[in-house]
Each structure stands twice: as structure tokens, then as C-alpha cells.
Design a protein around this ligand. Structure first.
Ligand code: NDP
Length: 333
């Protein structure tokens, strides 16, 4: 069986040289463990931080170690009374085709509730991030103008739809016309900015947010955030979820410098970390699956076929290849 290991630490943009595909013995499940065949593997922007030898909210990987990822798989053998072979499970496991995992680390995935890959996206960590990030941190009110960056991604697409459900006016930023069309024509966003085709980002924010910005849900940082910042309204809320525009920078720009805006607006800026919501994970998933079933929340997945293409899928996040959640299909059921 195969697994991906961290071959070297990237400097700037990660490349294929940072990953090594190795063949190892198929693991034997120990007491209370199950053997899992990976069907889908997630690639997520925060993994870039784990490739770095620096302190962050996620532990760095060691060079030569197998990399970790959320996985959905099928139980092949079980030494636990909680699972039997044929069950579908998810957990924070490895970039690997077969995994022996402690039953306590796994959650059951019910295939009758929808495609099992959604446990990595809208009904998984990104969905929970969007749910609590929107309802607990950003807290949009009816009539508010909400701006979401990386709006066509896994987190952003759900944030925007939840903000619409709360009665706000929602504007997204995204990196292609296809994404802008998806946001405005299918997800109900009021406007969207293709930041890659816009020379004047500030002008685009002015135009799409004539009443200023009450809530900014930031997934990217960098120039998009710089353009939104001066348009913050009095009592605005900024939820800082991600800064992907800066993850590959070797020299992170100094800042933020425009803090006087916070004096003027008394705006609140708050970072959020999904792991803080562990005790309320189930509550978010229940609400999200109701919204998915009712059609109030739509989702898309960009499925990259083949375990050997997992690094490509990860690198694609930084090129904006994905509309919706980026997942790797590793094997058939
Ligand atoms: P996405 O599905 O949104 O994929 C990443 C997207 O980021 C790409 O599709 C791309 O879209 C955009 N992007 C990449 N590079 C840049 C850039 N230089 N400038 C602007 N946009 C860029 O990923 P997720 O939904 O999984 O994550 C979104 C953000 O949320 C990330 O920053 C992630 O780290 C963060 N996050 C934080 C969590 C927390 O607990 N705080 C939990 C989960 C995610 P485009 O075509 O629009 O450029």
C-alpha cells in the first residue's frame, strides 16, 4: 500500500519535490483498531502550515513522516465493537491508501445521508468552520452587507449561503468567471468580484457595496482584505478565518497598518479556529445537513482522481483550481 510523506519543506510555493510517494506494508489493526481502505482524501489550505517548521495552530510535520489528512474510508477489518467491516468512517488520519486507526478517532458516515465525500466538505470540517464562523463570530443581521473572500471555496461558499439565509446582502470575491457565475447565478450571492480580472479592487468593492461593509469574512488576507478594510462600517465585524494569499510568502508583509479604521468604526476583528467548536460539532453538522437536504445550501466538489495525484490536488488550492471543496478520489467503494 502507498502513502505520501513530506520529502522536504517548501520555501515559498510548494512543489512536487516536497512530496514522496512510498510503498509500505499494509498495516495490521491492533486492539481496538480498525483497518480502513481510503476512498476519499481531503486536501486543505492549513496543511501548508504543517509543512513549515514553525509554531502554528497545527503541529508541523517532520520531514520523512507520513502526512495527515481527513479521510473517508471503508472498514475492511475491525477489532472494535463500534465498527464492522463494510462501515464507512471518517477521521483525521493519513495521506495513505490503507490506515490502521483507533476506533475512538473515527466517526461513522451514513451513506444514506448523501455522498460520503461530503464528510470532507460541506458536512465536515470546512462546513463546521463556515457554520460557527458565520453564526458565532461574523453574526450577520438582516440588511447587513457581508463580504466573503475565497467565496467559491469549501468554507466561503457555505458562509455566503448562510449569510443569505440570515437576510444579509452578500458579495463574494473569487478568482474566475466560472466561480463568479456559480456564486451569483446558483448560490444567490448579490454580487461577486473576479479579483484576478479586476485592476481596481477598491473600486469594485465600492461598486458592489454601496452602503459599505458590515461583515467581512476573510479567508484570504492580502490585497483583497486591503481593499475591503477602508469600506468597513461603524460596528462592523471582521471574522479572520484564513489568510491563504500569504501562506506561501517567504516574507510576510508588515501590517496591518490601517488600524485607525477600527477607531473610526469601533469594528471588531476576531480570529476563529474550528477546533474550538469540537463540543458543538454535531450541532453544526445537523443544521448543515438539514440545509443541504432542503436545498437551502448547495455545494460542489472538485474531485481529483487517483491517490498519486494528491499533491497536484493540494497545489491546485493555491491556483484556485477548485470550485467548492477539493477532494481526492482514492478508490471505488
Ligand atoms: P478553498 O476551498 O477556499 O480553497 C482555497 C481557495 O483560495 C482557492 O480555491 C482560491 O480560490 C483561493 N486562493 C488561493 N490563493 C489565493 C490568493 N493568493 N489570493 C486570494 N485567493 C486565493 O479552501 P477552504 O475553504 O478549505 O479554506 C478557505 C480558507 O479558510 C483558507 O485560508 C483556510 O486556511 C481557512 N480555514 C480556516 C479554518 C479555521 O479554523 N480558522 C478552518 C478551515 C479553513 P480563488 O480562485 O478565488 O483564488
Amino acid at each position: 500500500t502507498r502513502q505520501w510523506q513530506l520529502a522536504s519543506r517548501p520555501v515559498g510555493e510548494p512543489t512536487h519535490d516536497n512530496f514522496e510517494l512510498v510503498t509500505v506494508d499494509r498495516p495490521e489493526p491492533g486492539p481496538n483498531e480498525v483497518l480502513i481502505k481510503t476512498l476519499y482524501q481531503s486536501v486543505d489550505p492549513y496543511m501548508r502550515g504543517r509543512m513549515r517548521d514553525a509554531e502554528s495552530y497545527a503541529e508541523p510535520w517532520d520531514v520523512g513522516d507520513p502526512m495527515q489528512a481527513s479521510v473517508v474510508g471503508e472498514v475492511l477489518e475491525s477489532n472494535s465493537s463500534r465498527f464492522e467491516s463494510g462501515d464507512f468512517v471518517t477521521g483525521d488520519l493519513l495521506w495513505a491508501e490503507h490506515i490502521a486507526a483507533d476506533a475512538g478517532e473515527l466517526q461513522r458516515v451514513n451513506p444514506d445521508h448523501g455522498p460520503i465525500s461530503t464528510a470532507l466538505g460541506v458536512l465536515g470540517m470546512p462546513g463546521v468552520t463556515a457554520y460557527w464562523g458565520t453564526t458565532d463570530v461574523a453574526d450577520p443581521n438582516p440588511g447587513d452587507t457581508v463580504v466573503v473572500s475565497a467565496a467559491a471555496g469549501a468554507v466561503g461558499s457555505v458562509v455566503g449561503q448562510l449569510a443569505k439565509l440570515s437576510g444579509a446582502r452578500v458579495v463574494g470575491t473569487a478568482g474566475s468567471e466560472a466561480k463568479v457565475d456559480w456564486l451569483t447565478e446558483e448560490l444567490g450571492f448579490d454580487a461577486a468580484i473576479n479579483y484576478k480580472e479586476t485592476d481596481d479592487l477598491s473600486g469594485a468593492v465600492d461598486e458592489t457595496c454601496p452602503n459599505g461593509v458590515d461583515v467581512y469574512f476573510d479567508n484570504v488576507g492580502g490585497p483583497i482584505t486591503d481593499a475591503v478594510w477602508p469600506r468597513l462600517n461603524v460596528d462592523a465585524r471582521v471574522a479572520v478565518c484564513g489568510q491563504i494569499a500569504l501562506y506561501n510568502e517567504t516574507q510576510v508583509p508588515t501590517g496591518p497598518r490601517k488600524l485607525a479604521k477600527l477607531i473610526e468604526t469601533r469594528a471588531k476583528v476576531e480570529g476563529l479556529l474550528v477546533s474550538d467548536y469540537q463540543p458543538r460539532w454535531g450541532e453544526a453538522l445537523q443544521r448543515l445537513s438539514q440545509f443541504v437536504q432542503s436545498g437551502d445550501i448547495q455545494y460542489r466538489e472538485n474531485v481529483v482522481e487517483g491517490f498519486e495525484n494528491a499533491p497536484d490536488a493540494f497545489l491546485g488550492l493555491f491556483e484556485g483550481e477548485n470550485i467548492g471543496k477539493q477532494v481526492v478520489k482514492v478508490a471505488d467503494r
